[in-house]
Design a protein around this ligand. Sequence first.
Ligand SMILES: C[S@@+](CC[C@H](N)C(=O)[O-])C[C@H]1O[C@@H](n2cnc3c(N)ncnc32)[C@H](O)[C@@H]1O
Length: 237
Amino acid sequence: MDYFGELYYRCFKTKLEERAEEETRRAIELMDKPKTVLDVGCGWGRHLHYLLNWGIDAWGIEPNPFFVEVFRERYPMWKDRIIQTTLQDAYVFKQFGAVLSLWTSIGWDESASAEESLFDKFSQFLLPGGQLLIDVDNLQGWQAHFCKRWWERVEGGYVLDKHDLRGNILTTNRLFLLGDSQYNVRRQLKLYSLDELQNMAEDHELFLKMAYRDLTGNPFQKESARIVAVFEKISAA
Ligand SMILES: C[S@@+](CC[C@H](N)C(=O)[O-])C[C@H]1O[C@@H](n2cnc3c(N)ncnc32)[C@H](O)[C@@H]1O
């Protein structure tokens, strides 16, 4: 069973959707209210549909077929606004005023060179002067406050996570306890520090503008749980 898909949607949908409108509004404010937005790794479009509702020319990229199907079923009028692909394989059909990567949508690709293609595509999708907002787990936050076990109540039951951090690789064994049914899934996530993100971005004309610890715009600290980094594309020409 995949980490993302039907079970993830069923259990986390309510929690994640409760805060989606506020997150979308804050992300837009941190990027100076762009008119065109690409949401990379948009999941089932919990932010994308707000962007579209607010009249922003918004598109989403998402590789998971289940999430893409959910978006198309829930929002048939915008079914063409979500493109089923990874960012690396995406065709650059347009350049945007802003690119969003919300709630850890990078770090899932195992190949060592994945970031090179991800940041290359982030940059290609941006207009000169456009902004990239990346919201990810913070490697240094995990190192400072490592949490070996975590459980939480979700829709229909409980989720128990067991974490293992080796270098920058976080492995999670997740147990879903849903009534009489139990399911196990495993994930591997590559974690980044702000310095690493900055170095990778600079190789692709993306320069750090501001770093926050969350979408509310609180200042970033080295051991924050999350990094919300805003980059601007500064082209030489
Ligand atoms: C934690 S979910 C966040 C989804 C969405 N941004 C949200 O906040 O609801 C991470 C998403 O990134 C997607 N993803 C993973 N690798 C990707 C890649 N190479 N290109 C684009 N999306 C990717 C996953 O399929 C998943 O939907």
